[in-house]
Design a protein around this ligand. Structure first.
Ligand code: SAM
Length: 290
């Protein structure tokens, strides 16, 4: 039997089941062995490791994961795909299918149920682009025992995640992702490897999940509030953005000395500050009761 991810077999499975693609669920299925191998290689799996896949589709990537890992858990929202997956993945006893929306799934419980007997877990997915950021932030913020996340996402989003301070792509997403992980762009992917072809360019990114954040922050909530406020209007200086969010007419003059105390020139823009500088700024503001 051919692999699932060939144009011929994919078309055959889709036709036999009378499946119609739902654009609203980001259904673009992979039909290229080369890209699948690149994705699976980047996840660094072996026979003692587990893989969580989000959105298995008709199983193109799931099949490869089952061959590379001890166990695979795949979460699929579209009920119509569950019987198809059951059929095409029948040769692989190490796959567990979960029907549901990953954003509403109790992931700690799923991990406990399925991954108690593996060394580490990788998340590997060709993500539905309409919910890429909420899915990745859920995985990172819930502090699940994940070693790395290898995902196909929109190219622009991948570039924003991996961006350095001072570049046009650097923003709140870069800081959030880099606080929890070390991102690395694996490859850019052409439209032609999908059925149907998406309108946007894609890329594979690998997020090596950090054991602890790169900086110490007193309150994560406050740290991210400061970051969000600093990017509220990209053209404004850090001082102006922070004034609008945290200060009143009465106490606005307190800000500049606090910025200087954190080692940050008030005329700088949010996009030039490193994660370390944001951590320092959050600490100084908190200390001043702001
Ligand atoms: N992994 C398959 C492949 O590479 O060919 C399919 C990838 S396709 C881009 C995204 C898949 O995610 C679809 O099967 C879609 O139904 C599923 N999906 C969309 N939103 C989801 C959600 N919130 N939770 C779980 N699965 C979702």
């Amino acid at each position: 039997m051919d692999e699932i991810a060939t144009p011929r077999r994919t078309k055959e499975i889709i036709a036999r089941h009378g499946f119609s693609f739902k654009k609203s669920l980001g259904q673009n299925f992979l039909i290229d062995q080369n890209i699948l191998h690149k994705i699976v290689d980047a996840a660094n799996l072996d026979e003692n490791k587990g893989a969580l896949e989000i959105g298995p589709g008709i199983g193109a990537l799931t099949e490869k994961l089952a061959q590379a890992a001890k166990k695979v858990t795949a979460v699929e929202i579209d009920q119509r795909l569950i019987p198809i997956l059951g059929e095409v993945l029948e040769p692989y006893p190490n796959i567990y299918l979960h029907h549901g929306d990953v954003l509403k799934t109790d992931l700690p419980a799923l991990f406990q149920e399925n991954f108690s007997d593996v060394d580490t877990v990788s998340v590997v997915a060709n993500l539905p682009y309409y919910v890429t950021t909420p899915i990745l932030m859920k995985l990172l913020e819930e502090k699940l025992p994940i070693d790395n996340i290898v995902v196909m996402i929109q190219k622009e989003v991948a570039e924003r995640m991996a961006a350095s301070p001072g570049t046009k792509d650097y923003g709140t997403l870069s800081i959030a992702v880099q606080y929890y992980s070390e991102p690395k762009l694996v490859c850019i992917v052409p439209h032609t490897v999908f059925i149907p072809q998406p309108n946007v360019e894609s890329a594979v990114i690998r997020l090596k999940v950090r054991e602890k954040p790169p900086v110490e922050v007193i309150s994560e909530k406050h740290f991210f509030e400061v970051v969000h406020a600093s990017f509220a209007q990209r053209r404004k200086t850090i001082a102006n953005n922070l004034k609008s969010r945290f200060f009143t007419k009465e106490n606005k003059d307190e800000l500049e000395p606090l910025l200087l105390k954190a080692g940050i020139e008030p005329t700088r823009r949010g996009e030039t500050l490193s994660i370390e500088e944001y951590a320092r700024l959050s600490a100084v503001l908190l200390e001043a009761g702001i």
